[in-house]
Design a protein around this ligand. Structure first.
Ligand SMILES: [Cu+2]
Length: 333
């Protein structure tokens, strides 16, 4: 009996050790944060602050109608006066997180956006058709996002939290080029208060981590230019593996679906160019990201992720997404 009793005690002790080990979410590991383009992937412990800066460089190249590409010449031949050819967006995103308790983390994100679009039009000068290339740009504060992340489950290295964020209409929707209102994609905000509900699951195994997030963007009402951008739905999952004590590599898959615009900006002429047509702004996109997270001493982290579109289906002709490069720095204290 004593032997059996001892064995039982040892088994219990082993189980307890094991469970305690599995319970420990190690937030110092380089794979304890999701790939950097995932927003609101982690919560903080009571009393912790985090400041962050992200630089996102997004390129759009060419046009697509449905799943097939369309040339700018085809767009012009179909009767439009102008066709977009290329667009780039740079976003500087400043973030602040603060956890008043282990359950809740408050979060604010402040974007500064720069957009640039190249366009092609043609004119018959008598001696033949001449290509005219023009460009327009916009720059300024985007829509500020505020809210909280709320933990609802945490056990054995697995966590679930709700993303309870909203977007405020601080970005301009009145950007002009030579006195004329620019197309929807060149504006800096939605012009509406948007709800950003989501749910995030993360799990840490001994040698790797993984997670998934579902998130929606729900526009409330119409903006003061009489339209409302389409609602968006995003589903993504990722896996990260440490390759060094301070370095992890990540792979991420994301699927996004967005509705077209409802209502329209009366000052935009849909016959002029596809980007001014409120009915040609919906679509869906599957993309993949490769990234690296690095932890540095004293609570600093740096991260990079390169995201490339795999497949998209657009109400077109519409500008097609190409790739996004995200660089970031995070500091927790
Ligand atoms: Cu944080």
């Amino acid at each position: 009996m004593p032997t059996l009793n001892n064995s039982f005690k040892i088994a219990c002790a082993l189980l307890a050790t094991n469970t305690a080990f599995a319970h420990d979410w190690n937030s110092a590991r380089p794979d304890s944060h999701a790939p950097i383009s995932v927003m609101g992937d982690h919560t903080h412990n009571e009393g912790e602050f985090m400041v962050s800066y992200r630089n996102m460089q997004m390129d759009m190249n060419g046009l697509q109608d449905g799943t097939s590409s369309v040339s700018s010449q085809e767009v012009l031949d179909s009767g439009y006066m102008m066709s977009p050819t290329k667009m780039t967006m740079t976003m500087h995103m400043f973030g602040l997180m603060y956890a008043p308790s282990d359950k809740t983390t408050f979060m604010v994100m402040l974007p500064y956006i720069e957009k640039d679009m190249d366009m092609l039009s043609q004119m018959d000068m008598g001696m033949g058709v001449v290509d005219i290339e023009t460009s327009m740009d916009s720059e300024g504060l985007g829509d500020i996002k505020v809210g909280a992340l709320h933990n609802i489950f945490s056990e054995a290295g697995r966590k679930v939290h709700l993303n309870l964020m909203m977007s405020l209409p601080t970005g301009s929707i009145d950007e002009t080029n030579n006195g004329a209102v620019m197309p929807y994609a060149m504006q800096l905000g939605s012009g509406t208060v948007d709800l950003l509900p989501g749910i995030t699951y993360t799990a840490q195994q001994e040698s790797f981590s993984y997670g998934a997030q579902a998130q929606a963007t729900i526009r409330l009402g119409e903006n003061d230019r009489d339209y409302s951008l389409g609602d968006r739905y995003k589903l993504q999952s990722w896996v990260l593996a440490p390759i060094h004590q301070r370095v992890s590599l990540s792979l991420r898959l994301a699927y996004e679906d967005w509705d077209t615009i409802s209502g329209e900006d009366d000052e935009l002429n849909a016959m002029m160019t596809p980007t001014a047509d409120a009915d040609l702004q919906g679509g869906n996109l599957l993309s993949a990201g490769l990234g690296m997270n690095i932890t540095l001493p004293e609570g600093h982290r740096v991260a990079v992720e390169y995201n490339k579109e795999l497949e998209q289906d657009l109400d077109g002709p519409q500008m097609a997404q190409d790739n996004t490069l995200t660089l970031a720095w995070q500091f927790a204290f």
